[in-house]
Design a protein around this ligand. Structure first.
Ligand code: 5GP
Length: 203
């Protein structure tokens, strides 16, 4: 390989964005971690998913999610506008293909806070996507976090805990596992993974 080619390859690598999938059981701190990550990585953007779930108090349409009704969601799927989609805890969630593609073309990192079904669909379409699974230090801790955030009813918490066990079956399909015992440390781990991926030569 001549010098020009090598320099071009290095430049290309420096300017290339990537898809970063972060999945975790509800309450593992994934959303907080994603927001911290965006703040620290100027070249990263959070993918705003489309969902048929009702907005929670404080959630803003177009900032936290694009909130649509079930019919609209299914129409988007039919029209091929979703990069991936899944039914999670009884609601539909999906990633907009256009949202992701425009950011990737600009060389940005796109952070996808999505469930394991979605994570696997992304990996199939983008084998170079980085799949990170985040777990709390214990299931007891997860239960406490879900209770303490006072966001969900006890029925909803039970459903989410049950789903968590099912999600963990997909752990082996993920590239990395981060234990979120402490947010600062977990964030450092995620940043190290992203940095290492950037430096990886053989993809
Ligand atoms: P929540 O209702 O708590 O905001 O999210 C519930 C679950 O749906 C979380 O595990 C979250 O990661 C997942 N989720 C959010 N957006 C998407 C998406 O676009 N696609 C998929 N597959 N899952 C999503």
């Amino acid at each position: 390989m001549n010098e020009k080619n090598i320099i071009n390859q290095i430049k290309e690598r420096e300017n290339k964005g990537a898809l970063i999938v972060i999945s975790a059981p509800s309450g593992a701190g994934k959303t907080t971690l994603c927001h911290m990550l965006i703040k620290e990585l100027p070249s990263a953007e959070f993918s705003i998913s489309v969902t048929s779930r009702q907005p929670r108090a404080g959630e803003v349409d177009g900032r936290d999610y694009v909130f649509v009704n079930e019919e609209d969601f299914k129409k988007r799927v039919k029209e091929g506008r979703m990069l991936e989609w899944a039914q999670v805890h009884g609601n539909y969630y999906g990633t907009s293909k256009k949202f992701v593609e425009t950011r990737l073309n600009k060389g940005l990192y796109v952070i996808l806070d999505i469930d394991v079904q979605g994570g696997l669909q992304v990996k199939e379409k983008f084998p170079e996507a980085i799949l990170i699974f985040v777990l709390p230090p214990s299931m007891e801790e997860l239960k406490n976090r879900l209770k303490n955030r006072k966001q969900d009813s006890s029925g909803e918490i039970k459903k989410r805990l049950k789903n968590s066990y099912e999600e963990m079956n997909y752990l082996s399909k993920y590239d990395y596992l981060v234990i979120n015992d402490n947010l600062t440390e977990a964030l450092k781990d995620i940043k190290a993974i992203i940095r290492a991926d950037k430096l990886k030569y053989k993809k």
